[in-house]
Design a protein around this ligand. Structure first.
Ligand code: B12
Length: 212
């Protein structure tokens, strides 16, 4: 681990919002690539914040400040993951399901899928399931990717599967799910076509769906 990355982690954990961009630039200048900054730096910082919240040393305002600080670095790194463009290899509709506003992980997955050469239609966070399905059908998407970090909103992912079955689109549009509240077992249980623990693996799952 480098001193630059350690410094960035510390800044995100402490929520020093004005320092995040410069600290991220210092990491890039030191030759650390964007993927390493995201996965070994920013995500690690958020895991530390999560532990501090779970142990009641941090409360929501501090978590929010750290998340906003993280975005100072993430906004610099994400465009670097997104590749050169070229012909689209497929279309994905991505969203955080209704009731959930946690969007950091979804945004990283979006960048990885864009980097794979896919057209990613990002509906954002707290999105009704009907909007997700309608968009995927209208845009002729091959994949629906949904994210949630909360247990109560897992039901939305089950609803995606049910509505696709009802429309006769199950199988035609592949589904992949992720986020802290999900698991491989849950994905299998609801009949989702794919699941992954992180955004790198998410791009492998999507690539396998599309045969690329
Ligand atoms: C940051 C954070 C917040 C921020 C969110 C800011 C933002 N813009 O996202 C704020 C402060 C707003 C927040 C609010 C709340 N939070 Co919060 N939050 C967190 C925290 C600390 C970190 C989450 C995070 O960003 N992780 C970093 C990212 C990079 O990781 P990730 O999302 O898991 O994503 C990776 C993978 O999961 C995967 N992935 C993600 N999505 C997808 C999708 C697909 C398709 C695939 C394949 C893969 C994939 O790839 C990503 C990158 O590798 C977690 C604690 C934790 N340990 O997770 C709690 C946590 C998620 N929050 C929690 C709760 C309860 C809340 C609140 C309800 C609190 C409250 N009482 O109001 C509210 C939610 C309100 C709502 N309706 O949504 C709980 C959820 C518990 C549960 N299981 O239900 C957690 C687990 C904390 C806890 N231990 O209690 N929170």
């Amino acid at each position: 681990m480098s001193a630059e990355l350690d410094a960035l982690i510390d800044i995100v954990v402490k929520g020093k919002i004005k320092e995040a961009k410069d600290a991220t630039q210092k990491c890039l200048d030191a030759g650390i690539d964007a993927k390493t900054i995201i996965f070994e730096g920013l995500s690690k910082a958020m895991a530390i914040v999560g532990d501090l919240y779970a142990s009641k040393k941090y409360f929501l305002p501090q978590v929010l400040l750290s998340a906003n600080t993280l975005y100072g670095g993430l906004n610099l790194c994400l465009p670097l993951l997104q590749g050169e463009g070229g012909a689209s290899k497929g279309t994905v509709v991505i969203a955080v399901v209704e009731g959930d506003v946690h969007d950091i992980g979804k945004n990283i997955v979006k960048a990885m899928l864009t980097g794979l050469g896919l057209t990613v239609i990002d509906l954002g966070k707290d999105i009704p399931i009907k909007t997700i399905i309608d968009t995927a059908v209208n845009e002729k998407a091959q994949i629906i990717a949904t994210s949630t970090l909360m247990t109560p909103t897992l039901a939305g992912m089950k609803q995606v599967e049910a509505e696709l079955k009802e429309n006769g689109m199950k199988g035609t549009i592949k589904t992949m799910i992720g986020g802290g509240a999900t698991s491989k077992e849950f994905a299998d249980q609801i009949g989702a076509d794919g699941w992954s623990y992180d955004a790198v693996e998410a791009s492998h799952v999507a690539a396998a769906f599309l045969g690329i």
